[in-house]
Design a protein around this ligand. Structure first.
Ligand SMILES: [Zn+2]
Length: 228
C-alpha cells in the first residue's frame, strides 16, 4: 500500500541516455535537475518527471521520509555498490546527519559498525543509534590499532583529514568511499609500507537513482529527528 508520494532529490532527467536507460538516472548524461531548483522542501507543489516521484510505503512515517530520500540514499548507495551484508565490517567517519543514517542502515543489514567521531560527548548517542563501537578519530593510536580490519569505510565529512590511517584500516579488497564533498583532492598511496598493495578501491558518489531510493524506503529504519 502506498500512502504518499515524494520527489527524490531530482525532478528531471532525459530518460533516453545510457545512464537513464540503465536505471542510473542520477548520472544522466544530459544532466539531472535537482529538486531544489524549484522551491525545494519549502514548496507546496512540485512538477517532476514520474520516474523521480517515489511511492512511500504506508508503514513509513512521512515526517521522517524526507531525509531518507536525500541523505539516506546517499549513504545507502555505497552499501549496494559494495555488496555489504551481515558479515561485513564497516566504518563510518563523521556521525552527523549522513553518518546517523549510515549506522541505522548498517545495523538493519546486520553489519558490524564502527563509528569514527571526534566528539566524545556523542559516544552514548552513537551507540544508541546502533554502532557496535565508537573510536575517537583524533586518537592516532586508536586508528592505527585498526589496521587491516574493514571491508568498507564510508566518509561523510566534507573536510580534509589525515586519511592515511583510514586507508590502512582497510582489509584486503576493502573500499574507502566518500560521500562528503571534500574540495581538496585525496592523496592516495598506491603502496603502503606496512601493508603492501591491498587491492583497495577508493570511489565516491552523490545521491542515488529512483530504483535505489524506492528500495531504501523498504528498509523500515526509523530516524531520530529534531522537530522544529
Ligand atoms: Zn539521461
Amino acid at each position: 500500500m502506498v500512502s504518499a508520494w515524494a520527489s527524490a532529490g531530482r525532478k528531471e532527467s532525459c530518460q533516453h541516455c545510457n545512464a537513464c536507460i540503465n536505471g542510473e538516472q542520477v548520472n544522466c548524461e544530459n544532466g539531472s535537475v535537482p529538486t531544489i531548483m524549484n522551491k525545494g522542501g519549502f514548496a507546496s507543489h512540485l512538477r517532476a518527471d514520474w520516474q523521480w516521484v517515489i511511492p512511500l510505503p504506508e508503514s513509513m512515517d512521512i515526517t521522517t521520509a524526507g531525509p531518507l530520500l536525500c541523505g539516506g540514499i546517499t549513504v545507502f548507495k555505497p552499501l549496494l555498490m559494495h555488496n555489504i551484508n551481515a558479515t561485513s565490517r564497516v566504518g563510518v567517519i563523521g556521525i552527523g546527519g549522513l553518518g546517523h543514517m549510515a549506522i541505522k542502515l548498517l545495523r538493519a543489514m546486520g553489519a558490524e559498525v564502527t563509528a569514527f567521531s571526534s566528539n566524545a560527548s556523542k559516544t552514548e548517542s552513537i551507540l544508541a543509534m546502533g554502532a557496535d563501537r565508537v573510536v575517537n578519530s583524533r586518537d592516532p593510536q586508536a586508528l592505527n590499532a585498526l589496521a587491516g580490519q574493514f571491508d568498507l569505510i564510508i566518509s561523510t565529512v566534507a573536510v580534509d583529514l589525515d586519511w592515511q590511517p583510514y586507508f590502512q584500516a582497510l582489509a584486503p579488497h576493502g573500499k574507502f568511499h566518500t560521500v562528503g564533498a571534500v574540495m581538496k583532492p585525496f592523496e592516495v598511496p598506491a603502496f603502503q609500507p606496512d601493508h603492501g598493495v591491498t587491492d583497495a578501491v577508493m570511489p565516491g558518489s552523490s545521491t542515488g537513482s529512483p530504483g535505489q531510493i524506492a528500495f531504501v524506503n523498504e528498509t523500515g529504519i526509523a530516524l531520530t529527528l529534531r522537530q522544529r
